[in-house]
Design a protein. Structure first.
Length: 267
């Protein structure tokens, strides 16, 4: 690998081989979604515990202090919304020059395998990889499922992740599922786990993150299950313990509860 790509990946994936990305890009198609209405308020308290931020250029410029030195993965696909006909019909929204100007460490794009726009989204990924590699900028592919959350099974996710890797993604973000090891096995580049909509209990989040890590994920790109929680910092610290200290779900929950108590006392 060339020096630039290697160096940027080293900013994202820590020396233990693990990574905790904080995605706050949801507004690009969901608008001011719950607990991300004012991005700066969501982002600032969580920044110290993240290895990198996944964000659009608009939120980066408006809501992130440029003096921060956290690496940025710039979300560069979009052009659709929850109100529109098809979330899968995305294009590339931000040029590679802009990514360089914003000092991004990587760029991120969604692919929609099996959708009416499968081919377009895959060719967008391939084009972005060509452009990114020219300047030493790695691409993270996001295996998106649009509104069809039911598609999150191992067979489908293994297909999507493998295609993303074949087209040149350096990192793939996908959902956790049963038999997650088969997804990891078929994907020759590192995988980070996304969470999807908030699940019922904290323990359920810790369990799927832990299982995914045991089965070969290098980390997480976890959004709503962190910042939609009433105690997002406690949640972030607990997830960080699983990712970087191999904490078990029970240990993570214990940490969450003690941090929650500490925060409650402060308030
Ligand atoms: C949204 C994304 C998010 O970055 C990704 O889905 C992770 O966030 P969450 O854990 O909330 O699903 O790609 O477009």
């Amino acid at each position: 690998m060339e020096w630039g790509i290697t160096n940027r990946l080293a900013q994202l994936i820590q020396s233990d081989g693990r990574a905790l990305f904080l995605p706050v890009d949801h507004g690009y198609f969901q608008g001011p979604t719950r607990k991300l209405e004012e991005p700066r308020k969501t982002i600032e308290p969580l920044m110290p515990y993240a290895d990198a931020l996944f964000v659009t250029r608009g939120v980066l410029r408006s809501s992130v202090d440029p003096n921060h030195t956290k690496p940025v993965i710039l979300r560069v696909s979009g052009g659709t919304s929850m109100a529109g006909k098809d979330l899968a019909n995305e294009g590339i929204t931000t040029s590679i020059e802009e990514a360089i100007r914003l000092n991004a460490s990587a760029v991120g794009i969604s692919i929609f395998v099996g959708s009416d726009y499968e081919k377009e989204s895959l060719l967008n990924l391939a084009k972005l990889v060509d452009e990114g590699e020219r300047y030493g900028i790695p691409v993270m592919a996001v295996t998106a499922v649009g509104k069809e959350l039911g598609k999150r099974d191992a067979r489908y996710l293994a297909l999507s992740c493998r295609i993303a890797a074949e087209l040149g993604a350096r990192v793939v973000k996908t959902y956790w599922c049963e038999n997650f090891d088969s997804v990891v096995r078929g994907c020759p580049v590192p995988i980070v786990i996304a969470g999807g909509p908030q699940v019922d209990t904290e323990l359920a989040v810790f369990e799927f993150v832990y299982d995914g890590m045991q089965k070969g994920a290098i980390g997480v790109n976890l959004g709503r299950n962190i910042w939609q929680n009433d105690f997002p910092v406690a949640m972030m610290k607990a997830i960080r313990a699983i990712v970087h200290q191999n904490a078990t779900p029970i240990e993570a929950e214990k940490l969450f509860r003690s941090e929650k108590e500490r925060e409650s006392k402060k308030a």
